[in-house]
Structure formats: C-alpha cells, structure tokens
Write a protein that binds this ligand. Structure first.
Ligand SMILES: [Zn+2]
Length: 348
C-alpha cells in the first residue's frame, strides 16, 4: 500500500512497470493491431468482482472486526465476525469506479514510461497481465494505492491533481508488489539483501495480535523475518502493524490514524514460531531499542513496515537511479543495496 503522506514519514510511492509492447487503452489484452496492451482497465462491474475475488494473499479471511469497522467507518456492535466479513465484501464491491478516456490515456502514458524504465534494466521485469481498478477512497483515504493479485487499485482522488510525474514512483512501487507476489525466487533474493529470510517453520500470529492486526494488502505475509541482536541474544523479528483502537472512532476518520507499527520477536514453539507480545499487545523488543533492524534494512527508505514495502521502495529508487544515473543521494551502504537490487533485476 502506498499513499502520498505516509503514516510515519512524509514521502511518496507509486509504482508500475510495463512490457515491451506499445500501450493501448483497450479493455482487452489485445489491441486492434494484435499488440498486447501494457495494462488492462477494469470497468466498475468487473472491478467489483476482481476486488474481492483476486485475493491471492487471503486478506478476506485474515481481516478482523476492528479493521472492517475502521475501513467502513462505522461500528457493528453485536454483529458476528462472519457477518461483518460479508458486509465488508459488499462494501468493497461498491468501492470501484469507471474510467474516463482521459484517465485511461493518462495511465497508459504513465505505464509506458514505467515500462521503459523497467525494460532499460531488463525486458523481463515488467509483469504481464496488470489490471487497473479505479477506486473510491473511503476505506484507506485519499491517494492510497494498493495491489490485489494482478490488480492495481488507483484511487480516484489522484486525477484532480494532473501532475502525473509525481505518480511515477508510486506506480513503480506498486508494480514491484506484483512482481514479488508472482516471482518467489526474485522476492526471496531481494529480501535477503535486507536481511529477511523465509522462516523454516510456519509463523503464527498469537490470538491477541490476531484481533489487533491491520492488514496491509501489499504485505500480508509474516513468514519472512530478520535476525537482530537483543541484549546478548540473537533473535528473529517481524515488522507488524496493529490498530491503536479496537473499533472505529468518529473523531478519527482516517485509516492512517489507527496504525501502530513495531517489530515483534518470534518465539520457537517446536513445530512453529509464534509472534510474541506483552499482555497489551505491545512489542517485547520495540524498534526504538533494536537498532539492528535499521542496520539490516539499510537507509534508502523510511517506509519500513514490511520487507515487501522496503524492497518496493528500493526497486523504485534503483530504477529511477538507473535512468537518471544519479546516485548522489545514497549513502555508501544504500548505494551498495541499490547496486545489488539492480544486478539481481538484470538477471531476471
Ligand atoms: Zn506498497
């Protein structure tokens, strides 16, 4: 997920990539000339189905009562979680809009530029089958982009700005989430550059955190952890987002008002790991006292809530630097990470 004003940093991301062929605004994958389109636009009818069906990361089974109420901006006292999930699916179906021709043209231009940036590094980076959904902003707020399956949700609020250049980094960022979702090897190689490895046993969210977690559609997995020093011990931690409140508060209308981010320690329970916390759901190894996390992820981005977000930003930064040949803003460790990312992408 990405939005212009992030919850703890004022920074932007957007992302997109493209294939080798010329863009088209056709609804079909093939244009009239038989050339595959870079992206497909879903109308509101198709989008209303895709937004709840293309749920590769099982968001609809993981989302809890607190988050449903926060996104829908109303409380359902006395309603079962199953019923709430049905209401939420119905709600999401309404959160889509139709594209105007001008909007399509603007997106095609943007995606053409993004694809060119991907192709310059390797013609195999830009994923096929990207579908664009134009969406309403009630759930996550203005300017919040996210992906689901091959779909990129584009918030309708951006089109009033007419400043497409500022969306290019965000599109690059979002395209990375799709690449990562469907290319395990690339994902794991890139995660390793920031110290994240797939744990060898399932990572379970404990019962307390299950009711507190907020689901980032672009970073659902807790299976990837990073090793840090805590006191004289080496431990594995996962970044994790919880809600500050268990229900919707009318004086806090923005989704981003509820986000609480920290890193959490994994406990080894024999055949699985469990995310550990104190009785209030707080981290036992807060980020503020665990600087090793920052050593691992380097310092190219402050958007550090999930390895996929960290790497989506690094992907975006690597492609922009490759195009501009300007690496001046990176620190030595940051530049080293950008080089690793670029080299790995060139091998795709
Ligand atoms: Zn993201």
């Amino acid at each position: 997920m990405y939005r212009i004003t992030l919850f703890f940093v004022g920074f932007i991301l957007f992302s997109a990539c493209k294939s080798n062929k010329k863009a088209s605004v056709d609804h079909e994958h093939e244009t009239h000339t038989g050339v595959p389109a870079i992206v497909t636009f879903l109308d509101s009818l198709d989008a209303s189905t895709a937004i709840i069906k293309d749920d590769t990361d099982s968001l609809f089974s993981k989302i809890n009562a607190a988050e449903i109420q926060i996104q829908m901006k109303q409380n359902f006292d006395g309603v079962s979680e199953d019923e709430m999930k049905k209401k939420y699916a119905q709600f999401m179906k309404t959160q889509v809009s139709d594209w105007s021709n001008d909007e399509k043209m603007a997106m095609v231009k943007l995606f053409e530029e993004v694809k060119e940036m991907c192709d310059a590094v390797s013609p195999r980076i830009f994923p096929g089958g990207i579908r664009l959904i134009k969406g309403k902003t009630q759930a996550y707020g203005n300017d919040a982009f996210f992906t689901r399956g091959h779909n990129i949700f584009v918030p309708e609020s951006i089109f009033s700005a007419k400043d497409s250049d500022r969306w290019k980094p965000v599109i690059l960022h979002e395209v990375f989430h799709i690449i990562s979702r469907y290319n395990t090897q690339v994902r794991e190689d890139l995660y390793r550059f920031i110290g994240f490895v797939k744990m060898d046993k399932p990572v379970i969210i404990n019962d307390l955190l299950k009711v507190m977690v907020l689901c980032n559609p672009d970073g659902m997995s807790v299976q990837y952890a990073t090793e840090v020093q805590s006191g004289d011990k080496s431990i594995y931690v996962v970044p994790f987002i919880t809600s500050k409140h268990g229900k919707y508060h009318t004086d806090k209308p923005s989704y981003f008002d509820y986000l609480n981010f920290d890193i959490y320690k994994l406990g080894d329970y024999g055949d699985h790991y469990k995310i550990q916390c104190d009785p209030l759901g707080k981290s036992l190894v807060p980020l503020s006292s665990t600087p090793g996390y920052f050593d691992n992820i380097k310092n190219n981005t402050q958007y550090i809530i999930h390895p996929d977000e960290i790497m989506a930003d690094n992907f975006m930064l690597a492609l922009i630097a490759f195009q501009t040949k300007d690496y001046s803003k990176f620190t030595p460790v940051g530049k080293q990470l950008i080089d690793q990312v670029t080299n790995r992408l060139q091998q795709m």
